[in-house]
Design a binder for this molecule. Structure first.
Ligand code: 1GP
Length: 236
């Protein structure tokens, strides 16, 4: 286990200096590894991090994918895992997620406990992250796999209180997630209200497809925007 904060520092520095971080999300299950070089050339130059993760990923595929990506990029690769089977120490850091919006103990604390023996054996930087699933207008893989309900977009106070509770419990990042392929991204009102309430960096993802949507999220208070579907290089 490592106490290093190399990747987390990229968040706090950006947060303090008003810089914008952009993560492109790669889902190992959907990614065509034979085109990793092309993919990495085509994502925006301002991409600061590569996130790797998905809701249902076959065992071992995450590690193989990270090795393939590392041949062509030196950008930090951060695990954004759907479950502990995706934890691999060839990544640069792990978002240690707790699904605070849901009431399924397995994703609040169960998976985290199961991860400990793995994490004690490696040097992976572990970044405690409060993960809030917010209704993106269609059923998300996160809701399906975790069997939890998303928070409704109009319940801004509930979302703020959930994020703040995470901060008070010691999480280092708040992740506002509308779900991959969401029809409606997390609203600016929600981002701005959470930003007002917490001091830690905010990540926003799900359904962000355009420059203007990205811009709105940053202006509302996101330190990092995550985009996946729009850059997908699907196998099929
Ligand atoms: C990461 O789920 C997002 O938080 C990615 O969403 O695939 O809709 O960009 P998209």
């Amino acid at each position: 286990m490592s106490a290093g904060l190399k990747i987390y520092n990229t968040f706090t520095e950006a947060h303090e200096n008003g810089q914008r971080l952009l993560a492109v999300l790669v889902d190992p299950e959907k990614f065509d590894m034979s085109t990793a070089d092309v993919f990495l050339r085509e994502i925006p130059a301002e991409t600061t991090h590569i996130f790797v993760g998905g809701s249902t990923v076959p065992d071992g595929l995450t590690a193989t994918l990270i090795d393939a990506l590392k041949l062509y990029t030196s950008k930090p690769i951060v695990l954004f895992p759907g479950n502990i089977s995706q934890i691999t120490d060839n990544a640069d850091a792990l978002l240690f997620l707790s699904l605070l919006s849901g009431r399924n103990p397995e994703y609040l604390i169960g998976q985290q406990i199961k991860a400990v023996p793995l994490l004690r054996q490696n040097q992976l930087e572990t970044i405690s992250t409060g993960y809030l699933l917010i209704n993106g207008g269609r059923e998300s893989a996160v809701a399906r796999v975790t069997e939890t309900f998303p928070l409704e977009q109009h319940k801004v106070e509930q979302i703020v209180n959930t994020a703040k509770a995470g901060e008070l419990m010691g999480v280092k990042l708040i992740y506002l997630e509308a779900g991959s392929g969401a029809r409606i991204a997390v609203s600016e009102d929600i981002i701005a209200a959470v930003k007002k309430a917490v001091e830690i960096p905010i990540i926003v993802g799900g359904g962000i497809r355009t420059e203007s949507a990205k811009e709105k999220a940053y202006l509302a208070g996101a330190t990092m925007v995550v985009m996946g579907t729009v850059y997908e290089n699907s196998k099929s």
